[in-house]
Design a protein around this ligand. Structure first.
Ligand code: PRX
Length: 628
């Protein structure tokens, strides 16, 4: 497909879209960023209004809505209880076996209040960090909201991570309490989450209490005075459905979310109550042009930032009806998603290119069995979308009627940064233009803007309310990772390479650091390598991404064995299993390659880009720093 060709949104789209002119509002938002964001903040309720919109006195530790008092729950739930929204569905949930649960905003409030009171009874206080490791069931959302309500921060760990990875995150957050479930359903089988939590707890000295939601009914080991069934606690008088929402400072921590970076230790990024509320709700409302009658489906896992911002917080603040599905997209048949869109009348679908490619391979007949004409907008996130997937999504899923909002953002940004609006003329594969308030650059090593169509480093030149405030307990690392590269210009260094075309459209190429995106999931080469090296036969390892038809990128690991060990098929298989076991199944490499040496710089850093260029048969680039 000619990716240069514009696909104009239809007149229908222009007619319903609230924002009619991108350029005017964009110019306004740049000319006076603080007023733009203050106007957005005024759409929300505050216990006490802010004294100052932005405090930029201590770069890069920006503060937003300084002096303001709020709680994200005040806007995600409490204020809706005073309007007709209280009777509206907040959540429609379908389990993989086909069971269905629905909650109005009124019912959501009761569930969250009960959970919040249980947490309080378990000794959780304002400022504590609760770890959540759950399948995609309603209680996962209730747990997050309950923490927020009482002023505790949540740290959600994706349910596909191993017990080692979970323990590392529990320990780093000093969590006393973990919330889990016996398991969830995936491809007709029960996952064994509680078993993983049990193993993690053995490695976590800080763990005192584990609350387990019964989902699958499988037998699990429970320890006296440590393990509690959620339904048992819910039956006690402690679980009253009345609970006051804790008044928080705008800058207080709402959650901690671990993500992979260039170095080994995962980074716990901190997001706040005030700025994050404003940013997620504004971006969600404007980019997807949210209407009261929408049924919004963000098909992500709440364990990732996409789930936090656009499955839970943004949509609830906007009073949307959210849809959530527990299991695999192809269970029991590859029309599962389309069946549910038809059944529930979903109007907006927001998902990843990997999911689209996965469903595309089954062919369009599965889609065409169902009436999915309720869809009016589509969204994409997590990795660049290739033209074939874009076209299939647009033509087969969207029936050529639904513009695709290709949103570029990161765990660190909290919400969309480069994204179309429904009225934006689209170019397949481009995330198009900056969201309001953002000045984006594609720059060279010195931080100077490169010429149109040249590749450079993607930077954000301004602060924004949804930005992560720091890496928990490590301001230095936060500054070093994101702000030191273009220190002079005070640019945020995103870690992606990109180009901007002659029309001012941005094209994201991919990570330029040691992060690998597998199926849109973010993994660090250092974590993968240390998992490989934890095998007794391995001396050294280097992980690189290579293109993969379904996953976007797959992991390929070069391995140097210890003296006397011999590389063969059995050992390669054992190492694949080993990495998957240590990190979790999403990190399973495609291939293990036995090597005698690895290309390194003189200071001993592995030059992964050289390995990658060799594997792809491409030019190896500048080799002046290569040792030997
Ligand atoms: O490389 C970019 C890619 O995902 C990275 C951020 O990953 P994570 O923090 O896990 O957040 C994913 C969900 C927001 C980015 O640095 N990425 C994200 N969205 C896009 C994308 N690449 C291309 N196009 C996108 N729309």
């Amino acid at each position: 497909m000619d990716s240069k060709k514009f696909v104009f949104p239809s007149e229908d789209v222009k007619n319903y879209a609230t924002i009619q002119s991108y350029d005017d509002l964009y110019d306004e938002s740049i000319a006076d960023r603080e007023t733009f964001w203050a106007n957005e903040a005024k759409r929300l309720d505050w216990y006490k209004p802010w004294d100052k919109v932005l405090d930029d006195s201590r770069h890069p530790f920006y503060k937003w809505f300084v002096g303001g008092k709020t709680n994200i729950i005040q806007n995600a739930i409490d204020r809706h209880l005073k309007t007709a929204t209280r009777n509206k569905l907040a959540l429609i949930w379908e389990g993989e076996p086909g069971d269905l649960k629905t909650y109005s905003y009124h019912a959501l409030n009761r569930e969250v209040a009960e959970f919040a009171n249980i947490l309080k009874a378990m000794g959780v206080h304002k400022g504590d960090i609760v770890t959540i490791y759950m399948p995609q069931i309603p209680e996962q959302i209730f747990a997050m909201l309950a923490c927020a309500k009482i002023g505790a921060a949540h740290s959600v760990v994706y349910g596909g991570f191993s017990h080692e990875a979970l323990a590392e995150r529990i320990n780093a957050a000093n969590s006393r309490v973990v919330i889990t479930a016996d398991g969830g359903f995936r491809r007709g089988k029960a996952t064994k989450l509680k078993d993983i939590v049990n193993k993690a707890m053995e490695l976590s000295p800080t763990m005192e209490v584990c609350i387990t939601v019964k989902r699958t009914g499988e037998e699990v080991y429970m320890e006296n005075d440590r393990d509690y069934w959620y339904h048992d606690l819910k039956a006690l008088p402690i679980a009253s459905h009345k609970c006051a929402t804790e008044e928080m400072d705008a800058e207080d921590m709402l959650f901690l979310l671990y993500t992979s970076g260039s170095t080994g230790k995962p980074k716990g990024l901190v997001h706040t109550h005030g700025g994050y509320s404003v940013y997620t709700s504004a971006t969600h409302r404007m980019v997807f042009d949210i209407k009261p009658e929408d049924r919004w489906w963000c098909a992500a896992d709440p364990g990732w930032i996409t789930g936090h911002s656009y499955m839970v917080y943004g949509p609830l603040i906007n009073g949307s009806t959210i849809f959530m599905y527990e299991g695999a997209p192809n269970h029991p048949y590859p029309d599962r998603w389309w069946r549910m869109i038809d059944k529930y009348g979903i109007t907006v679908l927001y998902t990843s290119p990997t999911a689209i490619r996965g469903l595309m391979r089954y062919g369009e007949s599965w889609v065409n069995r169902h009436d999915i004409s309720s869809l009016r907008l589509l969204g994409s996130v997590g990795e660049p979308i290739n033209p074939e997937a874009w076209r299939w999504y647009h033509e087969v899923v969207g029936n050529k009627q639904c513009p695709i909002m290709d949103t570029w953002w990161q765990t660190e940004t909290g919400g969309f940064v480069i994204t179309p609006l429904p009225i934006t003329p689209l170019k397949p594969g481009s995330a198009t233009k900056p969201f309001f308030g953002h000045e984006i650059g594609v720059v060279d090593e010195q931080g100077k803007d490169v010429a149109a169509n040249d590749v450079g480093a993607l930077v954000i030149k301004n602060p924004w309310p949804g930005m992560a405030r720091t890496i928990m307990g490590d301001d230095e690392r936060y500054n070093e990772t994101y702000w030191s590269k273009f220190e002079k210009q005070k640019y945020y260094h995103a870690g992606d390479s990109a180009r901007k075309d002659e029309d001012g459209y941005y094209w994201i190429i991919g990570r330029s650091d040691d992060v690998i995106k597998v199926s849109g999931y973010r993994l660090g080469t250092a974590e993968i390598e240390s998992a490989a090296v934890s095998h007794p036969d391995v001396a050294e390892a280097a992980a690189i991404p290579l293109p993969h038809e379904l996953k976007g990128s797959g992991i390929h690991v070069y391995v140097i064995l210890k003296a006397g060990k011999e590389g063969n098929k059995e050992l390669a298989k054992e190492l694949l299993d080993h990495v998957a076991k240590v990190m979790g199944p999403i990190a399973r490499p495609e291939e293990i390659i036995f090597a005698d040496s690895l290309p390194k710089t003189r200071s001993g850093k592995i030059m992964r880009r050289v390995l990658k260029a060799r594997a792809l048969g491409e030019d190896e680039g500048d080799l002046s720093t290569l040792d030997d």
